[in-house]
Design a protein around this ligand. Sequence first.
Ligand code: TTP
Ligand code: MG
Ligand code: MG
Length: 369
Amino acid sequence: MRPVTAFAEWPHIIGHIDMDAFYVSVEIRRRPELRGQPVIVAGTGSRSVVTTASYEARRFGVGSAMPAARARRLCPQGVFLAPDFAYYREASRQVMSMVRATVETVEVVGLDEAYLDLTGLADPPATMRRLVAEIERTAGLGCSIGIGPSKLVAKVASDAEKPRGFVVLSREQACQRFGASPCGLVPGIGPKTVERLRALRVDTLAALAAVPAAALAARFGPRLAAELQRRARFEDDSPVTEERKVISESREVTFDEDIRDPERLEAILAQLVDRLCDGLRAQRRRGRTVGIKVRLDDFSTHTRARTLAEAVASADRVGPVALELLRRFEPRGRSACWGCGSPASSPPTGPTTSSFSWFSSEVSARTGA
Ligand code: TTP
Ligand code: MG
Ligand code: MG
């Protein structure tokens, strides 16, 4: 492929690798007869949610975080498998050790993805193509690669042509290519922000980049407004770092719709805990403070946390603490739906807007602990 970019002009060259349909691909590796079929990895309980769907299943509209029951309706012929997290962790370790053997500075950001500092390499795309081929050959897994001058460009690029994507973009090329895309394409701009932007008639990244800063600041406040515009312009100078400056690690999910069903929330929380702990273990880190963050649809954000006697990294230890924090935040039976009338410190939300619209699980981890 013709090099599209003058890497020499970039102060940094960043790669992002993300495995394709990770849990499903790992399952297919040990059951090759499932290749090409709509395969869905989801919990088995009646309230469980989909963790991942093969690209064949995605054609039926099945996606992550969807209730498994809905996935069964959308795709009755799907092959549903219960998750085997230990097996996925093992596959992740295998992949990440190949990544680390290829590039010096690697920031693993979850079980199936990592940022790589490619600055200084003679031919970054060639190095990445070799890595992709090695992962395919040795681990039997497919992945997508993005290369750009920043983590933000690399991340969006790796997602742009999944599965088996390989996309190299400068910042300007990213602006051009994704200018007409919805703002939610960029990590950090969730559905609620997208909705608020739409109210300002800002529907695309190009529109967001071009909207007068004052108009945006009037709606979002100056700091968030500036950050949104930076993201829309693909401006990002955060470094790839193994020693993360932040000592807190979290996983979160933003819902497209309000969720009132406590059991579904608890199932999603359990899934977030699994992903969080997978990430912690992949980085060999532990956390002593377990916290949850809940955002109601009036945008109020509430956090609850507990510090444990020792640092932990397993879902068995983190899960019950997170669950209890969530249950205490809004004990069942106190109201018909969760989020109605939150604790005394938070303003009550109106009856039609009183439910979780968003929450995240968060655990702090001490680097090197
Ligand atoms: P992703 O990389 O977001 O998704 P994916 O690898 O399944 O598919 P692709 O990257 O090709 O779009 O997540 C990696 C794994 O994390 C995924 O296989 C399962 C898990 N996961 C969940 O358990 N719940 C979720 O809501 C998401 C998004 C992922
Ligand atoms: Mg993936
Ligand atoms: Mg991923």
